[in-house]
Design a protein around this ligand. Structure first.
Ligand SMILES: [Zn+2]
Ligand SMILES: [Zn+2]
Ligand SMILES: [Zn+2]
Length: 226
């Protein structure tokens, strides 16, 4: 046999005016008093003194609808009886969870931003090859296999990169190719010239990119197309 439930609970109680007139139905905490072996009710939650004894559970509570009413206190009392966190604590926990969620979201966005592909195109004219310099420098596998940096060369005089298919134009790291250009800088602010080992030279330039474009034009003019 299980022992009867003797935990305190909220019950409807009636109150009276000092003149003994009925003054509504309120809520009170009913406790079991082992000393006398009986359930007893206390004052109403709103502070009014109440008639001893609980009304039936389905009696509608009339002390409601305003701050400080019995109904306004019901939730806080019931949480305490149930051993649940207060409404405020629950709100704090929910806010903390929201902060955690937003922090994770922000971190994910930050990581995605850091890992965003940065594509570099081949400097050979008409070539559509590209690679992800961000993934390559960070040692990550790029999002697409065609964005691999394997075999690409940086061509500093051209401020560009060249794909494996065209790397022979400028040569590999050990041996310079026929069209690896070098800058011949003009003295005293005179224009500079970009020159190939093959003998080609750009027009005298003041704007670096102009020479790069001239070099591309030279590559297109080669008898063997790149
Ligand atoms: Zn009340
Ligand atoms: Zn290429
Ligand atoms: Zn050349």
């Amino acid at each position: 046999m299980t022992s009867p439930d003797r935990s305190p609970r909220l019950v409807p109680v009636s109150c009276e005016t000092p003149q003994g007139e009925p003054d509504g139905v309120h809520l009170s905490l009913m406790r079991w008093l082992p000393q006398i072996g009986e359930w007893v009710t206390g004052p109403a939650l709103c502070g009014q003194s109440a008639t001893q004894g609980a009304l039936t559970d389905d009696t509608p509570v009339t002390c409601t609808g305003h701050a400080g009413s019995c109904e306004a206190y019901r939730d806080a009392y019931q949480r305490s009886i149930d051993g649940r966190p207060t409404a405020q604590q629950e709100q704090i926990d929910a806010l903390r969870a929201e902060v955690d969620r937003l922090t994770a979201e922000l971190e994910a966005a930050h990581t995605a931003r850091l890992n965003e592909p940065i594509l570099r195109h081949c400097v050979a004219p008409g070539c559509l090859h590209e690679y992800d310099i961000n993934a390559t420098l960070c040692g990550r596998t790029p999002e697409r296999p065609t964005w691999s940096g394997k075999g690409w060369l940086m061509v500093r005089p051209l401020d560009g990169d060249i794909c494996p298919d065209h790397a022979h134009l400028v040569g590999v790291t050990v041996a310079p190719g026929p069209h690896l250009p070098r800058w011949q800088y003009g003295d005293n602010d005179a224009p500079s010239t970009l020159r190939c080992a093959c003998g080609w030279a750009s027009p005298p330039v003041r704007w670096r990119r102009y020479a790069t474009e001239a070099w591309k034009n030279h590559i297109l003019d080669l008898p063997e197309q790149p």
